[in-house]
Design a protein around this ligand. Sequence first.
Ligand code: AMP
Length: 194
Amino acid sequence: MSAAIAKSRIVLLGPPGAGKGTQAAALIEALGIPHVSTGDMLRAAVKAGTPVGLQAKAVMDSGELVSDEIVIGIAGERLSEDDAKEGFLLDGFPRTLAQADALEKLLDRLGVELDCCLALTVENEAVVQRLLKRAEIEGRADDNEETIRERMRVYDAETAPLLEFYGGRDRLIEADGMGTIEEVGERIRKSLNS
Ligand code: AMP
């Protein structure tokens, strides 16, 4: 991926299974910015048995959203660290309008602005198939079919409105998430450069 991409404060948005994690890995390498995934941070908290982890585990296993208060807290702490000063790729946060509002306020306080919200668009059934495959490979507790459907429902109800939120602020960049990892990566690179 070319180093010409000028954007460095990015929210990556897309339904579960859209390939956000894979594309995030390529992007952070190309842009030299930290990958800030609230899902990863919550899974680490669950593993470590912290109070946040204990609270979050059952919610995560059911495919529901952890409370805004908790995720706004952990995302805020992470974005305030030194290595996020020059940029970051937010993956899985914000997921609600309240979180998006909180992010605006946090960035305001830090004296920086979001460059864009990069949204990966995919077909729903393809996403379900991707997730079922990933469930087999990774054995994630939140990847059985029932939970997958619930996570989709939650995405449509709570997270999809963020497309309008960022669109209305002229910050939305959409990229087709269907195709091979390389094809999608190339589309992302093009859309971030335009
Ligand atoms: P992910 O790895 O991003 O799919 O996140 C896994 C799970 O962690 C989600 O299904 C939620 O239960 C929880 N989670 C991660 N990020 C957030 C967030 N921003 N708001 C609420 N819950 C979250």
